[in-house]
Design a protein around this ligand. Structure first.
Ligand code: SAM
Length: 238
């Protein structure tokens, strides 16, 4: 049976961002692979002029969670492949792109549920995001538990929340820097801890249990840590 013919809406749909995200994640490495894994990650959604109007947000505070549809702008020009290696499977197995949440897709569009903490001067303060700083937001919708949460859904190879069993410790030097910044960054310790508990090492390095020094940027901080067995030792925060 041949495919029914559908009207093609032309090459591009000409989607334009309605907002951009201010996020603690300043590079792709170490960003959690799904929302809600690092609850202490706070972000602010800044609307572009056309949408920064209270009418657009009327009633949004009644919802505890929001769907964000966004663009993987950092990798959008890197193309896509029909088969990808989900990090969740250690990078060893390949799955069809539409059976994954890979960032490398025919249309580089992401979907994330975040917690709405506050509506502040026509911006939205959210928690638990998995978005890079500067990510363009294409749409925002309220999360509807009665329809969006399906209790008996099957999750395939990603059926359960990852549990790495990784521990986190801070050196005295790192503790001192944390103490200096508590007022401005009250979530910083929890953020670093929760990000490292996700074991951000690339799948193959995790599989082979590489023991080396790693680095990441959260806000304007440069964080260095060393992995020893299942312990992440935070060496420095600068
Ligand atoms: N929850 C979304 C989804 O399911 O569509 C994203 C899942 S994707 C696996 C999450 C990863 O996307 C993050 O770990 C980060 O490396 C990457 N990422 C986040 N924001 C991005 C951006 N603006 N451009 C490219 N990659 C991004």
């Amino acid at each position: 049976m041949s495919n029914p013919s559908f009207p093609t809406p032309g090459e591009t749909l000409g989607l334009s961002p309605i907002a951009f995200v201010e996020s603690p994640y300043r590079q792709k490495f170490a960003i959690p692979r799904q929302p809600g894994l690092v609850k202490s990650a706070r972000g602010v959604i800044h609307f572009t002029e056309a949408y920064a109007h209270p009418d657009c947000l009327r009633g949004i505070e009644d919802f505890s969670h929001l769907w964000l549809t966004f663009m993987f702008h950092e990798t959008a020009t890197q193309g896509w492949k029909p088969l990808v290696r989900p990090p969740r499977l250690g990078g060893n197995q390949r799955k069809g792109v539409f059976a994954t949440r890979s960032t490398f897709r025919p249309n580089p569009i992401g979907l994330s549920v975040v917690e709405l903490l506050e509506v502040r001067n026509n911006t939205l303060v959210v928690a638990g995001l998995d978005l890079l700083h500067g990510t363009p937001i294409l749409d925002i919708k309220p999360y509807l538990p009665y329809s969006d949460s399906i209790a008996d859904a099957r999750g395939g190879y990603a059926d359960a929340r990852p549990n790495t069993g990784m521990q986190v410790q801070f050196s005295a030097a790192a503790e001192a820097v944390l103490a200096q910044h508590t007022a401005q960054y009250p979530q910083l310790r929890a953020l670093i801890t929760e990000v490292l508990q996700q074991d951000p090492r690339p799948g193959y390095q995790r599989e082979q249990n590489w023991q080396k020094e790693y680095g990441m940027h959260l806000y304007d901080f440069n964080i260095k840590w060393r992995v020893e067995d299942n312990l992440n030792q935070v060496i420095s925060i600068s």
